[in-house]
Design a binder for this molecule. Structure first.
Ligand code: NAD
Length: 248
């Protein structure tokens, strides 16, 4: 019997990286998991790796998609025990290259996703359930050429504080996960040229107190703790998984 035995969990951005590692761990611990992503091929590939997964193509940047996700989760599970709102994008755009389109894209996915996701899903989360939202250490420490990305994750931190209070009467816990440098596709999707991306990751690893980047599994270990009943007295919190006093 695992921590998620008999429980159902929704994970956005679950087809890769931290989200997929968390999905794997929850399935291994007895849970039923619905993952979402905007890319159908990546979702199918995740299900090939983990056939027990339920998958849904769902663009986290669209408020109406949050409602569709709640309907699908309700259809599959009735109520849900935990939600991991993890979909997010970064953008290595320095100030001079920021555009209104980049602004809207980052705000819609990184802030609108958790905001409308919580609004749509909270009504079907069981009393005593858990909601976890992925922020980033960038919100506190900044990240090279990514002021806007850092700001979206600062907004996530504030949403978590507010939602934790609003949902406390139903004993629903709401927390933030703040990864530091984790080896996932995240850096590949920053749009950096390949050689620059690998130089950036080498510099980050060298400057990290533990001397390396973290793995998706290490971030998922903390995420699943917060999603589980083991964290029953933890709400409104922000958990760092960053190898120490890290920089991105
Ligand atoms: P990742 O790129 O593997 O995961 C991001 C996931 O979000 C992907 O599965 C992607 O398909 C999904 N996604 C993106 N836009 C979406 C949309 N519009 N609709 C639905 N899904 C969408 O990288 P990751 O590192 O696992 O990132 C997970 C979270 O962790 C993100 O919120 C990211 O900002 C955050 N984070 C990552 C790091 C890191 O170093 N890897 C550090 C701090 C924070």
């Amino acid at each position: 019997m695992g921590r998620f035995s008999g429980k159902s969990v929704v994970i956005t951005g679950g087809s890769s990286g931290i989200g997929l590692a968390a999905a794997r761990r929850i399935v291994e611990e007895g849970g039923a998991v619905l993952i979402t992503g905007s890319n159908a091929a990546r979702l199918e590939s995740a299900r090939e790796q983990l056939p027990a997964l339920h998958i849904l193509v769902n663009d986290a940047s669209k408020p109406e998609a949050a409602q569709a996700l709640a309907e699908e989760a309700g259809r599959l599970f009735g109520t849900i025990d935990a939600v991991f709102l993890n979909a997010g994008v970064g953008a290595g755009a320095p100030l001079g290259h920021l555009t209104p389109d980049i602004y809207r894209q980052l705000m819609d996915i990184n802030v609108g996703g958790p905001l409308f996701g919580t609004q749509a899903l909270a009504p079907i989360v069981c009393d005593g359930g858990s909601i976890l939202i992925t922020a980033s250490i960038a919100k506190d420490k900044g990240m090279q050429a990514s002021a806007l990305y850092s700001a979206t994750k600062g907004a996530v931190r504030s949403l978590v504080r507010g939602f934790a209070r609003e949902l406390a009467p139903r004993r629903i816990r709401v927390n933030a996960l703040s990864p530091g440098p984790i080896e996932t596709d995240f850096f590949n999707r920053l749009g950096l040229p390949e050689e620059h991306a690998s130089m950036v990751t080498q510099q980050i690893a060298a400057g990290n107190p533990l001397g390396r980047m973290g793995t998706a599994e290490e971030a998922a270990a903390v995420a699943t703790f917060l999603l589980s009943d083991e964290a029953s007295y933890v709400t409104g919190s922000d958990y760092y998984v960053d190898g120490g006093d890290a920089q991105l």
